[in-house]
Design a protein around this ligand. Structure first.
Ligand code: 5GP
Ligand code: ZN
Length: 114
């Protein structure tokens, strides 16, 4: 989709620090990390937000969570644990309108919501 930063990253038009890729999913380091390990996992099709997950596209969401299990294991943060966050819409604080899940970890996270 035109004018979508994450579609441009998927297309390779904007560089990113890739940590994982398969047919369905791309994962890359957040440009503005909020903790020691901060990776974004996105579907390789444009889905604007969690409100638009349907029976037709939910395979991408399943693949995202499969990827999260692989990434956290490969990066050595699975055992200590991590947090997965999806921000949706205005109240959720979503700034990039392409569905994405934040993986946060690599250190003890605050017990309140980030
Ligand atoms: P949101 O607030 O929408 O849940 O999160 C969007 C995230 O995307 C933010 O944490 C922000 O730092 C990250 N981000 C925005 N633009 C870019 C970019 O061009 N490259 C990367 N790697 N991350 C980005
Ligand atoms: Zn997009």
């Amino acid at each position: 989709m035109e004018d979508c930063i994450f579609c441009k990253i998927i297309a390779g038009d904007i560089p990113s620090q890739k940590v994982y890729e398969d047919e369905y999913v791309l994962a890359f380091r957040d440009v503005n990390p909020v903790c020691a390990f901060h990776v974004l996992v996105v579907p390789k099709i444009h889905i604007c937000c969690a409100n638009k997950i349907t029976e037709e596209n939910s395979l991408y969401v399943a693949k995202i969570f499969e990827a999260i299990a692989k990434i956290t294991k490969a990066e050595g943060i699975a055992e200590d644990g991590y947090r997965v966050i999806n921000n949706c819409g205005t109240h959720g604080g979503q700034t990039v309108k392409h569905l994405h899940f934040h993986i946060l970890g690599g250190e003890q996270l605050p017990m309140n919501i980030l």
